[in-house]
Every structure is written in C-alpha cells, then in structure tokens.
Design a protein around this ligand. Structure first.
Ligand code: SAH
Ligand code: SF4
Ligand code: F3S
Length: 446
C-alpha cells in the first residue's frame, strides 16, 4: 500500500494594500498543484512567503525583524532534520531585490509582483541548485494569464485586480517605482474571472488597482462596472483605490445608474492645502477635489466617502494643516486612513527641505484622527433606525450571530441563522459604534 505524498505546508504573511492580499491568494492558488496547502503556523511551514509593502519606512524594518524570527524557525527545522524555504515577495522585493538576500542570507528567493506565475519554477530551481533566485521583471500580462486560471474563492466577497501600477508620481510615493507603469487587464479576462467567482458563490466583487479608475480597457472603469453588473450572481461591486484626476463623468454617472455599484467611494486627497498638493505633485487642488465630491454626491446622494491623508509633508506649516482639517470638515468622511509622512529614499519629497519634526507629525496626526474618528462615529450613528441591506459573510463572535457589510462598507452584526451567509438581507440598525453596527433582521426568516 502506498500512502499519498505528505502535503507541503505554505505560510504566507501579507503586508500592505489589498492588491497584496489578492496576490497572496493567487500565490497560494498557483502553488496548490505542487502540493502546498496553506497553514497559519510559520514554524511548521515548508515554504514561508512574506508578501511585503514598501509604502512606509516601518514596513521595511518590520520585514527584517520578521525575517530574523523566521530564520530562527528555519534553523530549528533544519536541526530537526527538516527544511524550510523562505521567499520574499511584494513591493520591497521589487525595490530592494538582491539586497534582501545580502541582509538576510536565510532568504532563498526574492520575487517581485510581476513574477508570481514563475514561483513554481523558481522554487524548483532553489531546490535543485540554489541558482537563479531573483525574478523581478515587469510583465503583468503573463502574470495574470498564469495566475488566475485556478481561483479558489473562500467566501462570498472577493478581490479582483483589474489594473496595476501608477503613472502619477506623487512626490512622496514609491508605488510608481515598485509596481511599474499603469497597466489594465483586458475586460474579457476580467469578466471570465468574475463569472467564475460568481459561480463559486461570490456575491460581492471589489475591483482593485493602484489607480483603479485609470482603468483603460474599453469603456473605462464605468464600462467595466456595467459589464460585470450583468453577471448573474454578482450583486455588489466596489472598486479601490481611485485618484481624483481619473474620476470621470461616466464613472460618476454609474454611481447613479448601476444598482450593483455600492454607495462607497475611497478617494484620497492627501492634503487640503494647495501649496502642499502642488509639492506632492497630486495634479488637483483642494477646490477641484471639493467640486468633484459635490458631483459625486449629486449623482449618488448619501454615498459614503473615504480618503487617505498625509500629515507632516516637507514644508507643511500650521496653516497648511489647518486647511486639511477644514477640507475634512467640509467633506464629512465616513471612514479614512491617515499617516505621518514617511521619507522614502529615491522619491522627490525625500530630498525636499523642511522635513517635519516627529513631534509635529504626532501632534497633527492625533488632531486629524480625532476629527476623522468623530466623523466616522457620526456617519455610523446616522444609520441607526434605518433598515440596510446587509450581505452576510461569516459567523459572528457570539453564538447565533452573523457578520456582514452594509452598502457603505460598515461591518454589521445581527442574530441570524447560518444559512443566510451569502445572502443580502434587510437589517434594522439598532446601535452604532465607531467600527461596527448592530442590528436585527427586519423579517423573521422563513
Ligand atoms: N494609489 C492610491 C494609494 C497609494 S498608497 C492613491 O493614490 O491614493 C496608500 C496611501 O499611503 C496613500 O494614499 C498615502 O496616503 C499613503 N502614503 C504613500 N506614500 C506615503 C509616504 N511616503 N508617507 C506616508 N504616507 C504615504
Ligand atoms: Fe502613489 Fe500617488 Fe500613485 Fe497613489 S497616485 S500610488 S499615492 S504615486
Ligand atoms: Fe504597499 Fe506595494 Fe501596496 S508598496 S501599499 S504593497 S502597492
């Protein structure tokens, strides 16, 4: 009697944006035919992949400290007669390349975001010869063709990358260097992937791109949204992240006309000061952003708005920061992400005069976040008493409870039977906290 070959264990840790989350899932898919099953225990893994982010300094430091820990696990495994391979993927891999293996020799493989389809081959090479270990070419089409063939969605919501890269060159940002030029997948391949997801039970698809609304396929992002909305089973569509410069009339109109397109828009502005926006090379002003928001709200009243902010950009004075606070007050965000400016070598802003002191950044970030937190709480509370369609995603923390999302991307929990997972159900919102809503089923389930 022969027993099946023991399964190999794959541990993937993901940092950074949702595009990395998507890529990590695809890496697991492409490695599954080689016998790799995902584990959440790095110590017992045969292959450890760290899918990295380069956006802020701490992320890189975190990577090296994480690699130190993984290296100890690798040594422990070797001492016990086993083997572990360590791979670094993602944007730090793209940016630093072989430097990573120099700083941490326990790393076997460095693979950039455009080369994940080569993982099986790269792993085989490491096994054989410790030869060619670096793959960081830009060739997105080949990557997508090879990676999306075997998707195994695990829930009722899924990410779908439709665009990669960035041509905007904001002066603070590494993404145009780590992810390459703006590039859009063909709509046929995207539709095929969306159909396959829907067939497997996915009800909500979030279209991803570093600048997703720069999607350049036929009809732009609006055309793509309309096309995907027709797929049976696709009940909700979202997209992220958008750039104000690429927010065209067709997309704004789609928010009014396509019921499947959820009333939520993540539209980073970064700063409310025109001086700073100019130094950031954002290509828009505070005023043009506010007018854009007005048009979006005109098209889809009640839409939840979200954004990204940077405080302490080089040269930011008190008056510039006050302008950011005032823009935030004028917009009224439902949620937001805010960061202290972090100096990234190689970007133009890193060489600018007037780098802000850490205390100044801390103080501004605290004030901005207090305001944004209040707005988020106010937005959530404004839903209390309303009935919202909730897509239930999974079991809640308490017995008998399910967790899902409102159209506005709020997390909602309610007592509900398991079989409602994957369904959109009216839920009466009873109370609101900053990070979630609590509700009750509007109708007794039959
Ligand atoms: N393409 C998207 C997202 C880019 S990265 C966009 O343009 O909005 C996500 C966020 O990280 C950015 O919006 C920005 O707020 C933040 N970020 C990028 N580089 C940064 C840096 N050097 N320091 C601090 N925050 C940064
Ligand atoms: Fe970075 Fe700006 Fe491109 Fe966004 S638009 S990825 S912040 S360069
Ligand atoms: Fe980070 Fe790369 Fe995403 S730098 S935010 S993982 S595109």
């Amino acid at each position: 009697m022969s027993s099946p070959a023991p399964a190999k264990r794959l541990y993937i840790k993901t940092y950074g944006c949702q595009m990395n989350v998507y890529d990590s899932e695809r890496m697991a898919d492409v490695l599954a035919p080689l016998g790799y099953g995902v584990t959440d225990d790095p110590a017992g893994a045969d292959l450890v992949v760290l899918n990295t982010c380069h956006i802020r300094e701490k992320a890189t430091e975190k990577l090296y400290s994480e690699l130190g820990k993984i290296r100890e696990m690798k040594e422990a495994r070797a001492a016990a007669g086993g083997q572990m391979m360590i791979a670094v993927a993602g944007c730090v891999a793209q940016a630093e390349g072989a430097e990573i293996m120099r700083r941490q020799p326990a790393v076997d493989l460095v693979v950039g975001p455009q080369a994940y389809h080569q993982l099986p081959e790269l792993i085989a090479r490491v096994h054989r010869a410790r030869g060619e270990r670096l793959a960081a070419d830009f060739a997105p089409q080949a990557k997508f063709d090879a990676l999306t063939a075997e998707r195994r969605p695990t829930g009722v919501t899924a990410f779908l990358t439709v665009q990669e890269g960035c041509d905007k060159f904001c002066s603070f940002c590494v993404v145009p260097y780590t992810r390459g030029a703006e590039w859009s997948r063909g709509p046929d391949a995207i539709e095929a992937e969306a159909r396959a997801l829907a067939d497997k039970g996915v009800r909500e698809i979030t279209l991803l791109g570093q600048n997703v609304n720069a999607y350049a396929g036929d009809g732009g992002l609006a055309g793509l949204v309309r096309r995907l909305a027709k797929i049976p089973g696709v009940e909700r569509i979202r997209y992220t992240t958008s750039h104000p410069r690429d927010m065209d009339e067709a997309l704004i109109a789609a928010h009014a006309e396509v019921a499947e397109l959820m009333p939520y828009l993540h539209l980073p502005v970064q700063s409310g000061s025109d001086r700073i926006l100019k130094a950031m090379n954002r290509g828009h002003t505070a005023e043009s952003y506010l007018r854009l928001i007005e048009r979006v709200r005109g098209s889809r009243p009640g839409i939840a708005l979200s954004g990204d902010f940077i405080v302490g950009f080089p040269g930011e004075r008190d008056a510039d920061f006050e302008a950011t606070l005032s823009l935030v007050r004028e917009v009224g965000y439902a949620s937001a992400f805010s960061f202290k400016y972090s100096r990234r070598p190689g970007t133009p802003a890193a060489a600018m005069p007037g780098q802000a002191a850490e205390e100044v950044k801390d103080e501004r970030l605290a004030r901005l976040q207090a305001l944004l937190d209040d707005q988020q709480m106010a937005f959530n509370q404004s839903q209390a008493g309303r009935t919202l369609p909730v897509l239930f995603e999974k079991l809640g923390r308490h017995e008998g409870q399910l967790i899902g999302r409102s159209p506005y991307l709020q997390s909602v929990h309610a007592v509900a039977p398991d079989r409602l997972i994957g369904q959109i159900v009216p839920v009466r919102i009873e109370s609101a906290a900053r990070n979630s809503l609590a509700g009750a089923l509007e109708l007794e389930p039959a």
